[in-house]
Design a protein around this ligand. Structure first.
Ligand code: NAP
Length: 493
């Protein structure tokens, strides 16, 4: 493919994506042939239509997952691992087409979409290696009268619900460990970005995943389709990535049948720049932590807390970088910032900016939507954002960097921890003692120390407080899909 894909390239990748529901190993229409439209956020024009599942279709998907569970749990771990390994290889070989499809349905620049495909594929590789390392234990009881055998079994049928902001990676982060552990599943991607998940389902099938192990339902009725599956009782686990308000609803629904839950929820990441920071490194980190995915990331830096002595040069350097970013359609060469995902998201970002400015924030750069088709918003830096501004508490989910100043470490830590969220924090300092002290006291599941990027399939991703429950990736990622069974063995010597 040329650097800038042609209209023919775009047409080809959209046509190649399955548009049905994937149930029991087959692509099928939704009951009543219902469809929903998938839009290109850079133009607001329809890209294609996909099947729009009803609650009856959701039930059929759960039936298929339940039917496949027993035999899949018995498949040899090496065989499950090899399916994952082949999936990694196919995804890597087709990265250009998969990335283009993602850019078309979600808007992120092509280079970032390629990065996400590589990141998503790595989950399949990592968990292909973990599938064969599920271990257990054997122990002598303290009184010597019995023996303990401890082993790990798959949790069972899983339900997955994923957001639109990382259409491939958020699904891969759940599917790969579930397959490695021997679980079957129903996944519901966001109605805004179903096509990337459809391609992954197709690739897993090509890689040898048996029918019924993965079932995909796209729907415009997320609640009515998923709630009965959560309350059904045959699925034993719910893993959700999305907003905290929806996570709370799903936790309440899961309580009825006491499902195992993993919750990857919203964030409000503080980005701390101390007076001894390397400012160029901090600005580089800020660009990554703020602008990856146009700011539409749970890990996005949401509050820049900068020591008073370096606030001025930091704001100037950041504004210079933000102001010269190229905004445009993600398929075009050189574009660094794509559109926001829809009109509602853009209106929310603009509303948060207006609110902060009305309450006294200074605009350093940006602070307005871009005219024309698509949902573009100018990269924005705000200074002196008052504590009363809504964006101090709420996820911005857009290309907006609000800066406030602090005078000492305690003040910085208090401000950073003053949030119901606790996903990730970023710290920039050249002082090792301060780096460790601050990292230990930050209330977040992850800390980026002199880096603006924490995500890595080999590391445990997740939050504390109202940012979630559980971890995805790393050595413990597979544990979320395993139950521990203990067998007590009578022993008479
Ligand atoms: P969202 O509105 O919570 O939606 C997430 C998913 O839940 C979508 O598939 C959505 O379907 C579905 N959904 C919505 N209401 C539902 C209901 N009542 N029952 C069942 N499913 C329901 O979040 P989003 O706007 O897509 O994503 C952005 C949020 O995700 C942000 O808060 C971000 O921080 C968070 N996020 C967290 C992580 C993490 O790892 N912690 C990673 C990425 C994103 P439809 O889209 O089809 O309506």
């Amino acid at each position: 493919m040329a650097n800038t894909p042609t209209a023919q390239d775009e047409h080809r990748v959209v046509e190649a994506a399955p548009t049905g529901l994937f149930i029991g190993g087959e692509w099928r229409s939704a009951t009543g042939d219902r469809t929903l439209v998938v839009e290109d956020p850079s133009t607001g024009e329809p890209l294609t239509e996909v099947a729009d599942a009803t609650p009856a279709d959701g039930a059929a998907a759960l039936d298929a997952a339940v039917a496949a569970q027993d035999s899949f749990a018995r498949m040899a771990p090496r065989d499950r691992g090899e399916i994952l390994r082949r999936t990694y290889e196919i995804m890597t070989a087709r990265a250009d087409d998969l990335a283009l499809l993602m850019t078309l349905e979600m808007g992120k620049p092509l280079a970032e979409a390629k990065g996400e495909i590589a990141y998503a594929a790595e989950f399949f590789r990592w968990f292909s290696e973990e599938a064969v390392r599920i271990d257990g234990g054997y122990a002598i009881a303290p009184n010597g009268a019995s023996r303990f055998l401890i082993h790990k079994q798959p949790v069972g049928v899983c339900l997955f619900i994923t957001p639109w902001n990382f259409p491939a990676a958020m699904g891969a982060r759940k599917i790969a460990p579930a397959v490695a552990a021997g679980c079957t599943m129903v996944i519901k991607p966001s109605e805004l970005t179903p096509l990337s998940m459809h391609m992954i389902a197709d690739i897993l099938t090509e890689a040898g995943l048996p029918p019924g192990v993965l079932n995909v339902v796209t729907t415009s009725e997320a609640g009515p389709v998923m709630e009965p599956l959560i309350r059904d009782g045959r699925a034993r686990k719910l893993s959700f990535t999305g907003s905290t308000p929806v996570g709370r609803i799903l936790l309440a629904q899961s309580a009825e049948k006491v499902l195992r839950t993993s919750m990857e929820l919203g964030g409000n990441a503080p980005f701390l720049v101390f007076d001894d920071a390397d400012l160029d490194k901090a600005v580089e980190g800020a660009m990554l932590a703020k602008m990856r995915n146009m700011g539409e990331a749970c890990t996005a830096a949401n509050r820049f807390l900068v020591h008073r002595s370096v606030a001025e040069p930091f704001a100037e350097k950041l504004a210079e970088r933000m102001g010269t970013l190229t905004v445009g359609r993600g398929t075009e060469e050189g574009v660094q910032v794509g559109p926001l995902v829809d009109g509602k998201s853009r209106a929310k970002v603009d509303g948060l900016v207006r609110d902060a400015v009305e309450k006294g924030a200074d605009v350093v750069v940006g602070a307005e939507p871009v005219d024309g088709p698509g949902y573009f918003y100018r990269p924005t830096v705000l200074r002196d954002v008052p504590i009363q501004a809504r964006m101090v508490r709420e996820e911005i989910f857009g290309p907006v960097a609000p800066i406030t100043v602090f005078d000492d470490d305690d003040q910085a830590l208090a401000a950073a921890n003053d949030s119901e969220f606790g996903l990730v924090s970023y710290v920039f300092t050249e002082n090792l003692d301060r780096a460790l002290r601050v990292s230990e006291r930050l209330e977040s599941g992850m800390v980026g120390l002199n880096t603006g990027l924490v995500s890595n399939p080999a590391a445990p991703f997740g939050g504390v407080k109202q940012s979630g429950l559980g971890r995805e990736g790393g050595r413990i990622g597979i544990e979320e899909f395993l139950e521990t069974k203990y067998v007590a063995i009578g022993f008479s010597g």
